[in-house]
Design a protein around this ligand. Structure first.
Ligand SMILES: [Zn+2]
Length: 313
């Protein structure tokens, strides 16, 4: 008997598709999820909306969940669209409204932690536990401008890092960047032995048909590379590997005036931006700690100590 693909209370397959909701452990919150099961093969997990204001990734996950059918798939595909429904509906940046925590720093989560920890726990136990590969679809948050890039878990075991990096080069995004964070979605999956990637396409709380088409094309390209979808692998353009990303963090509360844009080349020591008070007095200048490409820049005028204000790859 072929095995059924089960996630939470939802059961699928083989050669079928199931739609429903994955209940967050010990919470009255559910995540919309679609399971697609074709002929025997690998299990791939896709999540959109770990951050609720990153719309191109969310809309791509929603669309792929509608479009991909069991006849297209070798293996099992689970798509969560979106993960962070309360943040999505509240239109908040980064944070889950119930606990003010950044879900992408809460993995692998705790069954009896705060809501963010319970969501992370549910994704870890229900999905990472049976995944062979994981894709987390992000984008610039409501206040973040960025050029598209893909993160992969560079710190992971050599095989996990290699499979992740190779797959990340198939998205059609130029910059493939090593990540060293283990408490985010892909980092935590990698610690559990699951290769994966976090894709950043789109910015500033917007989404367009062009971005979603490019995003969906990139995800399908990876699924083809993994042998889950049929068809020829397309060449989606050249790739530059970036060893790591240097995130810059605000040290003052006030108004933020960036001096650079995503995609700019920057030299070590060059001014990245300034934080000023409400009277225009400069509270602090932020200088680049390393040379490289500006991957993202905060575009909110408001800034708080500890907020990321940009990253250099
Ligand atoms: Zn994000």
């Amino acid at each position: 008997m072929p095995e059924l693909f089960k996630v939470g209370n939802l059961t699928c397959g083989p050669n079928s598709k199931a739609r429903g909701f994955l209940k967050v452990a010990n919470a009255e919150i559910e995540m919309p999820i679609t399971l697609v099961s074709g002929s025997p093969g690998k299990t791939v997990v896709i999540t959109g909306g770990t951050h609720g204001g990153e719309y191109p990734g969310i809309e791509t996950a929603i669309r792929l969940a509608q479009e991909i059918g069991p006849q297209d798939v070798k293996g099992n595909l689970a798509i969560v669209h979106p993960v962070n429904t309360t943040s999505f509906l509240a239109r908040t940046q980064y944070y889950v409204p119930a606990d003010g925590k950044n879900l992408n720093r809460m993995f692998p989560g705790r069954a009896l932690g705060t809501l963010s920890e319970r969501i992370a726990y549910t994704i870890s136990t229900e999905l990472f536990s049976q995944a062979d590969f994981y894709m987390d679809l992000h984008g610039g948050d409501i206040h973040e401008a960025l050029i598209p890039f893909v993160l992969y878990p560079a710190f992971a075991a050599p095989d996990v890092a290699r499979v992740s990096r190779e797959a990340a080069s198939k998205v059609g995004v130029r910059f493939v960047v090593g990540s060293y964070s283990s408490n985010g979605s892909i980092g935590s999956a990698a610690v559990a032995g699951v290769p994966g990637m976090l894709v950043e396409i789109g910015q500033c709380g917007l989404w367009s048909e062009e971005e979603v088409s490019a995003y969906a094309r990139g995800v399908r390209s990876v699924l083809r590379h993994l042998g889950m979808l049929g068809g020829m692998c397309e060449d989606l353009g050249p790739v530059e590997y970036v060893e790591r990303m240097n995130v810059l963090v605000a040290e003052h509360e006030g108004c933020w005036y960036p001096r650079v844009k995503p995609g700019d080349s920057i030299e070590s020591g060059q001014e990245f931006g300034q934080i000023r008070d409400y009277f225009g007095k400069v509270l602090g200048k932020v200088c680049a700690p390393s040379s490289g490409i500006v991957l993202y820049v905060a575009r909110s005028l408001a800034i708080l100590p500890g907020d990321p204000i940009g990253a250099i790859g």
